[in-house]
Design a protein around this ligand. Structure first.
Ligand code: SAM
Length: 317
């Protein structure tokens, strides 16, 4: 699968909280690890650096990310497999590879910098691009197709629910008007329609289009639905004693992760409160600012309440 205009060699994504993920998962030579969101392979590489003998399976639904992660992890040879799939298909992926359960899982949710920064992907209002927004460019509905398919009320609900945009009804009306007038071909057109609805003023330093773009991206990629499903199936694929670590970037995601890890039949929480990035990382990588890491250890179901919790990880409370 190739996308015209995209430089496959330039996959630049700064990995968030790599050290913390390695610390909490504590990979071992005989372990099998799973990276649900390979991206540029940053977390996978960090885990393998800590345990070069370990096996690792990495998944991403973005074909460009799969290429980038394969290239980055190639030196680890057969011990590493990078698979193009949605993470909700992970059980099938593991079956195909003959793996029953894994020792540790990491998920670094949301989008990568190349997805956000490539105008061709249509995820950002900062540069002109097609109204696409799909992480998996090989299938599914684009943002334009979604806007055209849903009713104005449904569009308003999406913008309200996933963007927490108070003026969602007005925004949806202006977007639909632009669509009907044939003036909704690009991200620039979409931003113009949003500004028509809410005005050009930045609110709390935020571009007026931020919330609506986030909402449409979440809807196009069904991000919260995917996360909800993977959180339900992760207990089946993590072996007792194994660790799951999830990094989220906004409250809608974090809420789902937090709730899933509260199930004491399944998880012993290693982070009572989410861990956030340190000052240095925050300065060096402004996109890491909103990152929240939650981690939990899989308990054997039958022992859920009698089980003595395994030790907490140093520095994470
Ligand atoms: C923040 S990036 C990961 C970056 C990576 N940890 C690194 O350090 O290079 C998130 C990645 O998750 C992928 N992704 C998001 N939702 C997914 C899903 N439901 N299934 C598979 N991949 C998904 C995106 O395509 C993106 O490449």
């Amino acid at each position: 699968m190739s996308m015209p205009g995209i430089d496959r060699s330039a996959f630049e994504h700064v990995t968030v909280m790599a050290q913390e993920v390695v610390q909490v998962i504590a990979p071992a030579a005989d372990g099998v690890y799973l990276d649900l969101t390979a991206g540029g392979g940053g977390h996978s590489a960090a885990l393998l650096e800590a345990a070069p003998e370990a096996r690792l399976i990495a998944i991403d639904r973005d074909p460009l990310a799969v290429d980038a992660a394969r290239a980055r992890l190639a030196r680890h040879g057969e011990k590493v497999r990078v698979v193009h799939a949605a993470f909700t298909d992970v059980e099938q992926v593991l079956r195909d590879l003959g793996v029953a359960q894994v020792t540790g899982v990491v998920a670094d949710l949301g989008v990568s910098s190349p997805q956000l920064d490539s105008p061709e992907r249509g995820m950002s209002f900062r540069q002109a691009g097609p109204l696409d927004m799909r992480m998996d460019t090989t299938r599914g509905e684009t943002a334009y197709e979604l806007i055209a398919r849903v009713s104005q009320d449904e569009l308003a609900n999406i913008i309200y629910q996933f963007g927490e945009e108070r003026r969602s009804r007005r925004v949806a009306r202006c977007i639909k008007q632009a669509l009907d007038a044939g003036e909704l071909a690009s991200t620039t057109d979409l931003r113009r329609a949003i500004v028509r609805a809410v005005g050009p003023r930045r609110i709390a330093g935020m571009d007026p289009a931020t919330r609506t773009f986030q909402a449409l991206r979440l809807a196009v990629n069904q991000e919260l639905g995917e996360l909800g499903k993977v959180l339900e199936l992760v207990p089946r694929i993590v072996a007792p004693g194994g660790v799951a670590a999830f990094i989220s970037f906004h409250s809608l995601e974090d809420r789902l992760v937090k709730r899933a890890f509260l199930d004491r039949d399944v998880w012993f929480r290693l982070t009572k409160k989410p861990q956030t990035v340190g000052d240095r990382e925050r300065e060096e990588n402004p996109r890491s600012r909103s990152a929240k890491l939650r981690a939990a250890r899989r308990v054997p179901s039958a022992l859920s309440f009698e089980a003595e919790p395994v030790e907490e990880i140093d520095g994470i409370s």
